[in-house]
Ligand binder design. Structure first.
Ligand SMILES: *Cc1c(COP(=O)(O)O)cnc(C)c1O
Length: 439
């Protein structure tokens, strides 16, 4: 490709960028609050905006861009399949569903795979499978589903029904009946709520949106025992923490006992929409043709990319990179915690890291953006880092350096605001507007 053609492909002019933002404001459903930026392309761990500015991406499309941007092997796969067949429908075989399912079974220890287009759809498939199996074996008395407090499983009705924050659920009530929430890592509460009427318990092995909180080994083992005893499904939601994010293929592989069903999505096709439900044969065998389905799920393009992604993971030994860079990241953050007293805790594993602040996180996210670093804040006071698995030591060093500046700048601005507020005898408000006003 010539340079001029390449430039033309990649460049969105400043005025085109401004027009995209105007159109979005006028025509998009108002579901996201976004900064006035248009990201046009990326390379590795860098993302570029419409003004050509480079950002160090430690959010990775919310745990999706495991190989960063424009990874040569993924680009080649997408180009190749775009010229063959992007879709053939699930009425026929395509060349990649079977081989990808074989690899996912090998990685996970599960037996069978159902493909979806998103995480929420994979959760739906898991809930439906658990209900169908319980009904086929025990009739209609075994329908209850247990989920954990502080959970996030997605936005469709079923997934939403097992998602904890009331602000997500309340506008859409009534939701699925038969759902009960168990106190996080509370074995006594789990035992009190588990009985023969439960068909499934679902949990994120490490809660993501909830602020990077891992399920304890004791809780997992007890859930496993109770699920077996009552013949219910233990479902691991590994949509965010799975497929290498923790430095293991699946986060729940740190426990000696396996779940019955695992749901995955975010990084599965490294940026092309694809999710999957993986299940043990004793559960999957309930499914028969016609019971469940999807038009788009498991299309040849998405499955080819996912297969290539998993091959890249193996060829480039990325699990090792995730563990090593993750350790460097947490080390760097521990140094920053010594210096900045509002950093209370560093949680997580591999490249799934949460930094617990004693103050609101939003101003730090905004300041990071000004310093050309992409992160986000979840659960109000937890900064979340989910960098691509290909991140290098020098990226981690650069990130720590810039976050040091971010932490210093915001806390200085806030103490200035607090001083001014004290002078006026009013309470300081810890939000972005305060920061903006202070600058
Ligand atoms: C993102 C996420 C989901 C929902 O996935 P979507 O693709 O947005 O539907 C479900 N569970 C967990 C743990 C997630 O992080």
């Amino acid at each position: 490709m010539t340079t001029s053609k390449k430039t033309r492909l990649q460049k969105t002019s400043s005025s085109e960028g401004a027009a995209a933002i105007r159109d979005a404001a006028k025509y998009l459903a108002n579901t996201y609050k976004r900064p006035e930026l248009v990201f046009t392309h990326g390379k590795g761990c860098k993302l570029y905006d419409h003004k050509g500015r480079a950002y160090l991406d430690f959010l990775g499309g919310i745990a999706v861009n495991a190989l960063g941007y424009a990874h040569p092997r993924l680009v080649a796969t997408i180009r190749r399949e775009a010229g063959r067949a992007t879709h053939v429908s699930n009425l026929f075989h395509n060349p990649f569903q079977g081989p990808l399912a074989k690899k996912l079974a090998k990685w996970s220890g599960m037996d069978r795979v159902f493909y979806t287009n998103s995480g929420a759809e994979a959760v739906e498939a898991a809930l439906k499978l658990a209900r169908a199996r319980a009904r086929s074996k025990y009739g209609d008395s075994k329908t209850r589903i247990l989920a954990l407090e502080n959970s996030f499983h997605g936005r469709t009705f079923g997934a939403l029904s097992i998602t904890w924050p009331i602000k997500y659920r309340q506008p859409f009530a009534p939701l699925l009946s038969g759902v009960e929430f168990v106190k996080f890592n509370d074995v006594a509460d789990l035992e009190a709520k588990f009985d023969d009427t439960v068909c499934a318990i679902i949990m994120e092995t490490i809660q993501g949106e909830g602020g990077i909180y891992p399920v304890s080994e004791t809780f997992w083992q007890r859930a496993r025992k109770l699920a077996t005893q009552h013949d219910a499904a233990l479902i691991a939601d590994e949509i965010q923490c799975g497929l290498g994010r923790t430095g293991r293929a699946f986060a729940c592989q740190k426990f000696s006992d396996a779940p019955d069903i695992v749901v995955i999505a975010k990084p599965l096709a490294a940026g092309v929409p694809l999710g999957a439900m993986l299940a043990k044969e004793s559960f999957a065998s309930v499914l028969a043709p016609g019971m469940h389905g999807t038009t788009f799920g498991g299309g040849p393009l998405a499955c080819a990319v996912a297969l290539e992604f998993l091959n890249v993971m193996e060829d480039e030994k990325l699990l090792t990179n995730v563990r090593e860079r993750g350790a460097e990241l947490r080390e760097g953050l521990a140094m920053l915690a010594k210096k900045h007293s509002f950093i209370k805790e560093i949680r997580g594993e591999g490249l799934m890291v949460g930094v617990q602040l004693s103050v609101e996180g939003a101003p730090y996210v905004a300041e990071a953006l000004r310093n050309r670093v992409l992160i986000n804040c979840t659960h109000e006071t937890t900064l979340r880092f989910l960098p691509p698995y290909i991140v290098k030591s020098k990226d981690v060093k650069e990130f720590i350096k810039r976050m040091d500046v971010v932490f210093s700048t915001v806390s200085k601005a806030q103490s200035k605001t607090a001083d001014a507020a004290r002078a006026q005898k009013t309470e300081p408000a810890h939000d972005t507007r305060t920061l903006a006003a202070a600058r």
